[in-house]
Design a protein around this ligand. Structure first.
Ligand code: ATR
Length: 281
């Protein structure tokens, strides 16, 4: 670390937050540039969030990450927002600017980065099935469409929610919403992305047979214990599988760049994080 480098104050707010991997990821990023960083995981709920973020800004903080269940609160709190954040109605990154806080959503960019650079799986021209239509799906849909997916089919337990989400993004590319039960008729896909919350209840979405082409990929936005059910399912069916740890590191890298103007290398950080048991961000 460069002697006398000014301390960069950052934090991630959420609930629960004690298991967050973000402090470690950002410490590893900062080391790449010899930056001095103080990045904390701070517990907050919808009642305390605004005061805690304000306190960080008052202490000279540069910005913060925001995770569940506060991404919508953060979106409301930002004076200015990126187009991706407005599409998702969710902010995972705040930058404290003199003229008002800027809110961005780097989740979709992190996913695309992990797919394309981490895995070599191109999004452009891919037939994609997005499982789920909640906050996790909303956070990544715009980025996938803007990257040039051939088509995206959003499949959700409640077909209505999938239809609404598709309608809201129709101007960005070919996207439709369907109920989970209609999924077999929409197959095959090159890529299936699990954006449901089932993994947090020890379950995997029921992927119909032949959902994916032979060399297709099942990408789980979960990691750690929440990723185990779908990982096990895919292993038992011989389906290529990837958990969401690379997306976590990818979205963190985009946040880091927004705050510092520096683009960290993600591969060594992902390797370091993988070598220890994962928690929940
Ligand atoms: P998140 O912010 O993690 O996306 P969410 O907004 O509550 O959480 O969305 C959870 C997603 O998982 C939704 O797509 C939800 O389907 P519904 O919209 O029909 O509720 C999906 N999900 C949750 N439990 C499910 C279950 N038992 N079977 C199928 N899908 C489920």
């Amino acid at each position: 670390m460069a002697a006398g480098a000014p301390l960069i104050r950052l934090a991630v707010f959420g609930q629960p937050i004690t298991q967050s991997l973000s402090p470690r990821i950002h410490r590893l990023f900062a080391e790449q540039f010899g930056l001095a960083i103080d990045y904390r995981a701070v517990e907050a709920d919808t009642d305390t969030f605004r005061d805690r973020v304000s306190a960080l800004a008052a202490q000279g903080g540069l910005g913060c990450n925001v995770t569940l269940p506060l991404k919508r609160e953060a979106w409301k709190l930002a004076a200015n927002r990126s187009l991706d954040a407005d599409r998702a109605e969710a902010v995972n990154t705040l930058l404290f600017r003199e003229d008002g806080w800027f809110g961005d959503n780097t989740d979709g960019g992190g996913l695309v980065d992990d797919l394309e650079n981490g895995l070599g799986t191109g999004v452009r021209g891919a037939r994609i099935c997005l499982l789920g239509a909640g906050g996790a799906a909303r956070g990544v849909l715009a980025a996938l469409l803007k990257r040039g997916a051939d088509r995206i089919v959003i499949a959700n337990r409640s077909a209505d929610k999938a239809l609404q989400l598709a309608r809201k993004h129709a101007d960005l590319g070919p996207v439709i919403g369907i109920g989970m039960d209609a999924l077999p008729d929409a197959a095959p896909f090159d890529l299936a992305i699990n954006a449901t919350s089932l993994g947090h209840h020890g379950r995997a979405p029921e992927l119909p047979a032949h959902l994916l082409d032979d060399d297709g990929l099942c990408y789980d936005m979960n990691y750690g214990t929440a990723a185990e059910p779908l990982k096990d399912f895919c292993r038992s069916r011989g389906i290529r599988y990837r958990d969401g740890l690379g997306m976590l590191v990818g979205q963190a890298a985009l946040s880091f760049r927004l705050w510092t103007g520096k683009a960290p290398a993600t591969a060594p950080v992902l390797a370091a994080i993988r070598s220890t048991p994962a928690g929940r961000d």
